[in-house]
Design a protein around this ligand. Structure first.
Ligand SMILES: NC(=O)c1ccc[n+]([C@@H]2O[C@H](COP(=O)([O-])OP(=O)(O)OC[C@H]3O[C@@H](n4cnc5c(N)ncnc54)[C@H](O)[C@@H]3O)[C@@H](O)[C@H]2O)c1
Length: 393
């Protein structure tokens, strides 16, 4: 498949000077740029110049910041002041949490954008976690058949994962992310300072995706996490891992934007995670569901003889150390049939078959002899994995 987009990490100084360094060969229009810098949003002058150089090709008529109620309270005014000197800036806030990731909320935002007379030359600024990013990205992809948008991720999960790669969408009654598009942001602006206000449960949420990167592509990330003695607060190790995680995602998305093959490895743990979320009415948070999903899918990989025993045990030991017991015990995993139905409704399945991407080592995913990263999993094995899960959590 032809390359549609290049996603790369860009040094903000290179962007400002217009001279790419050797590690950032060119700034072409089809490059979705990722900028990671501590205190990026603390310096208003530098941020304003950076935005101007990002928007160089077509000056924006206006900005609309889309955010949620909590992030609005914490950062709404400050971010609005940063954008306002460049163009008229309005703000739309949705209620915080996964329950806002719906078509109803999407219609409401579309209506408000039209009332604001937001036009094709405007730029949406998505300020928040994965919910704002997924919903706002979906709005950007359909409003007037597509407008430009910038991601400003404020949760650890959004900074290492959801803001990169252009997957947008909403949840439906029959499952998570069932309606959506792939539509790349102009830029992803990552400032780890936002994480200073992030509560413990949302830090854990991001760690779930970090463990995933360690297993699917980079053993060093996994080992760094293994060395950590606790996972409930933000540490330098976690901040230092943001960039390596973003690099993995950028590389995979650039290689396979529309998930024909290798991009599916990013879904490790997610078939089960999405089924957990949907069957529990989206109560458990995403990262914790992904950790449980990897426990389940890792065991399936082991039963299929794909995952090395020693690495499977390392994975299980680390995940069980991270998971908060009280919360996981409360999950309704006992309704196995409902759960399996949600797993079969997953978008990754083909022709009614349950398809998963599974690891063979920590840091390497399994590829079939035909070169596919997707493997068919028998329904009975999924059921057994859920029953086993209930005994180990
Ligand atoms: N598009 C993708 O590729 C992709 C990948 C992974 C996950 N996701 C999606 O991401 C969503 C989960 O994202 P999330 O975990 O960021 O959830 P979220 O967006 O609901 O944010 C979690 C909570 O943190 C609050 N918050 C955000 N930033 C804050 C800050 N700096 N300080 C204090 N509070 C803050 C929010 O108000 C919210 O209450 C799920 O819907 C999931 O499906 C998408």
């Amino acid at each position: 498949m032809a390359l549609h987009i290049k996603v790369e990490i860009v040094n903000p100084n290179d962007l400002l000077s217009g001279v790419p360094s050797s590690s950032t060969p060119q700034f072409s229009a089809d490059t979705s740029k990722i900028i990671i810098q501590d205190s990026l949003f603390s310096s208003s002058k530098k941020t304003a110049r950076l935005l101007q150089s990002l928007l160089m090709e077509k000056e924006p008529t206006s900005f609309v910041i889309i955010t949620d109620s909590r992030v609005r309270r914490l950062y709404g005014q400050k971010i609005r002041e940063l954008f306002a000197p460049i163009a008229t800036t309005d703000l739309i806030a949705i209620p915080q949490g996964e329950r806002s990731k719906t078509l109803d909320c999407c219609s409401e935002i579309l209506l408000q954008l039209s009332k604001l007379k937001f036009d094709k030359n405007g730029v949406l600024v998505l300020l928040g976690g994965g919910v704002v990013g997924d919903l706002g990205g979906f709005v950007a992809s359909i409003y007037k058949r597509g407008v430009r948008y910038v991601q400003v991720p404020t949760t650890l999960l959004a900074q290492v994962d959801s803001s990169i790669g252009g997957k947008t969408g909403v949840d439906m009654p029959w499952g998570k992310n069932q309606v959506g598009t792939i539509y790349q942001p102009l830029a992803v602006l990552i400032d780890p300072r936002f994480l200073d206000t992030l509560p413990e449960r949302d830090i854990l949420n991001g760690i779930g995706e970090m463990v995933k990167y360690g297993i699917i592509a980079n053993e060093r990330i996994f080992t760094s996490l293994q060395r950590k003695s606790e996972f409930h607060s933000l540490s330098k190790t976690l901040i230092d891992l943001i960039e390596p995680c973003c690099k993995i995602k950028a590389r995979i998305v650039t290689e396979d934007e529309f998930e024909q093959n290798v991009r599916s490895i990013l879904n490790y743990g997610h078939t089960v995670a999405h089924a957990i979320e949907a069957s529990s009415n989206f109560r458990p948070n995403h990262g914790i569901s992904v950790l449980i999903g990897m426990l389940c899918e890792g065991w399936i990989a082991r039963q299929l003889g794909i995952f090395e025993k020693e690495d499977f045990e390392r994975e299980e030991k680390l995940i069980l150390r991270i998971l908060p017991r009280r919360k996981t015990k409360a999950l309704s995993l006992k309704e196995t049939t409902k759960f399996v139905n949600f797993a079969f409704a997953d978008k990754k399945n083909i022709g009614g078959k349950l398809m998963m991407s599974l690891p063979e080592r920590i840091g390497r995913m399994h590829r079939t002899s035909e070169g596919s990263y997707k493997i068919e999993v028998p329904e009975s094995l999924l059921k057994d994995a859920i029953v086993r899960l209930q005994s180990i959590l």
